[in-house]
Design a protein around this ligand. Structure first.
Ligand code: NAP
Length: 552
């Protein structure tokens, strides 16, 4: 147990009334999860709709249009697995698909199955309230409409609420400025522009090399360095794609077996069972190999043992030193406050080389903090910098932000935001006690995996539960307080063996721009047990008659 206690909601035993809702199921969000969820429901002939706040589908791939935005999952492990024709027809052009191509893919899937007909755009849900007598949710939309639904499935993303930095004067700037998530739909021409990027997380690390190529000057404001390793992207030929198509069954089976939902599986020889030379041999291979291999094909001890982690971090530091011309700058780009892989690892293409360009400047915001934004640029403690464009790559109100801003009210008006004020508490990452008839697709405290692999699992499982209710003529489900507490305790326990429990990142709820998200106030945002264990638990719960869930 932690000091985070879960509050009970008194069950309401009022007799059900007969008012029929507008929909049997409302899905919120038309991203990767929402697209598949509506497909499953439509196939079952259910009266369902998707409400999407944006003007079109795609979720994260609709919004993140900054140059350099792309998968760091191998494309063919990220695509949907559930339709043979889609697998046969789609050609992934690159190992790690760029944002425009990914958005095209999601549109192709939605159009192929006529899913747009079941989606409503510009439908931002401001509030949703559970009504006990009818067992329905009422959703209040920004445009003033009210929609009722028996069940609500949220597919609202985990990184969908951007946070701007709390720096004075942001609104004073007279040039163009925006968060990376709000990159203009009409691509902005950076040629001849003096550009600032604030932040050096995974987003900035993708963005910086691209902006460096285009802008007259690029100035990067780094407060904390972040470990990063090469993506090693490349094109996929027709022949290779034909081979991938033949391997799809095997690929998805492997993804289902590995903790992270990738083809990359950890090296289980044992860090200390092999010589330093053998370790180095593996690391050389992984550093030159594609994607998350460097993180997920590594020795498992890297994630748990300080010494193993330190040795590997020094290996990566050495690789960084080899890539950055200025040795002093190289040291500033090497994190000293945490080891490699403790925070989510950004993958990069020529990130470190970007700093070797004459038009790229580096400001260490830990030494000379940003004091304010002015009409014409950025004022630090020792200098004023003039810019035409300021880009904020400053991260997200992860996991709970998208729920908090909706004002979700459960039994007896219970506020989800209040319930989660110290961090999320869920049962299986899908349910919250006090919020009946609500399930979260890819919500907090589900296994942290290759996103679509986890989303498909959740969609299939949630759909199975709904089919169970319909088959038995039931209309209400709610997780018990005991089940929720049990899962929460398990989630907390699964942070303990891993060094990531110390991460100063969104995985532990850190965000310097949000009250209550200070470093040290840990929020247990993800389930660290890995995909297979999580999937096994879901299967067991269903087999045991949906243990922990009251169905009426
Ligand atoms: P992030 O990892 O939270 O990084 C935010 C950055 O902004 C940090 O460097 C932070 O510095 C800095 N920052 C925030 N406020 C600041 C301030 N007031 N002054 C100076 N610096 C400030 O956010 P992100 O880069 O957007 O990445 C978030 C997650 O999105 C990733 O971890 C990843 O899971 C996902 N992502 C995925 C992909 C992909 O799949 N290909 C690509 C990009 C992102 P401090 O550390 O000092 O606070």
């Amino acid at each position: 147990m932690t000091d985070q206690m879960i509050t009970d909601s008194s069950p309401n035993t009022a007799p059900p009334d007969s008012s029929e809702p507008d929909y049997e199921v409302v899905v919120i969000g038309a991203g990767v999860g929402g697209i598949y969820q509506i497909k499953r429901l439509i196939d079952l002939g259910v009266n369902a709709t998707v409400l999407e706040g944006d003007e079109d589908l795609g979720g994260t791939w609709y919004r993140n249009r900054y140059p350099g935005a792309r998968f760091d999952s191998e494309s063919f492990t990220y695509g949907y697995s559930w339709d043979r024709e889609v697998l046969e027809e789609w050609h992934w052009k690159e190992m790690f698909s760029p944002q425009p191509e990914t958005l095209k893919y999601l549109n192709y899937v939605a159009d192929k199955f006529g899913l747009r007909d079941h989606m409503q755009f510009n439908c931002y849900v401001e509030k949703m309230v559970f009504d006990e007598p009818s067992c329905n949710w009422t959703l209040l939309l920004k445009d003033g409409r009210e929609i009722t639904s028996r069940f609500v499935l949220t597919a609202i993303g985990l990184l969908s609420v951007p946070t701007l930095p709390r720096i004075k004067g942001i609104d004073d700037f007279e040039g163009a400025s925006f968060h990376t998530f709000d990159w203009p739909l009409e691509p902005i021409d950076l040629e001849g522009k003096r550009v600032a990027v604030i932040g050096t997380g995974a987003t900035a690390i993708q963005l910086i090399p691209e902006v460096a190529k285009e802008a007259e000057t690029l100035t990067v404001f780094q407060r904390r360095a972040n470990w990063a390793a090469p993506l090693n992207n490349r094109e996929i030929s027709e022949e290779e794609m034909a081979d991938i198509r033949k391997r799809y069954d095997e690929i998805f089976e492997t993804c289902a077996r590995t903790p992270g939902g990738f083809e990359h599986a950890p090296d289980r020889r044992g860090f200390y069972n092999v010589s330093a030379e053998e370790r180095r041999e593996l690391w050389d291979r992984l550093y030159d190999g594609p994607g998350f291999g460097i993180w997920l094909q590594n020795f498992v001890e890297i994630f748990m043992d300080e010494d193993a982690n330190a040795e590997f971090s020094e290996y990566i530091a050495e690789r960084i030193r080899q890539r950055v011309d200025d040795p002093d700058l190289a040291e500033k780009l090497i994190p000293k406050d945490h080891g490699f892989g403790i925070q989510r690892v950004p993958l990069e293409t020529d990130y470190f080389e970007a700093y070797n360009r004459d038009n790229v400047h580096f400001v260490d915001s830990s030494e000379t903090p940003i004091q304010n934004i002015t009409k014409t640029g950025v004022q630090t403690s020792d200098e004023h910098y003039e810019f035409d464009v300021i880009v904020y790559a400053t991260g997200f109100d992860a996991f709970t932000g998208a729920f908090d801003r909706m004002d979700v009210r459960g039994v007896n008006g219970l506020s989800l935001k209040e319930k989660w004020s110290q961090g999320p508490v869920t049962y299986l990452g899908l349910f919250v006690h006090g919020f009946p008839n609500l399930m979260m697709i890819s919500g907090p405290q589900t296994a942290a995996t290759n996103f679509p692999r986890g989303a498909e699992l959740a969609v299939n499982w949630a759909t199975g539960l709904l089919e169970h209710l319909w088959a038995s003529d039931k209309r209400r489900f709610e997780t018990s307080l005991a089940a929720e507490q049990g899962w929460f305790d398990h989630v907390v326990k699964m942070y303990e063996p891993f060094l990531l429990r110390k991460a100063q990142s969104w995985i532990t709820g850190y965000n310097s721009n949000l009250d209550g998200h200070e470093y040290g106030k840990t929020r247990y945002n993800i389930y660290n047990g890995g995909g297979p264990k999580y999937a096994g638990r879901l299967q067991q719960v269903a087999q045991d008659g949906y243990e922990g869930i009251a169905i009426e």
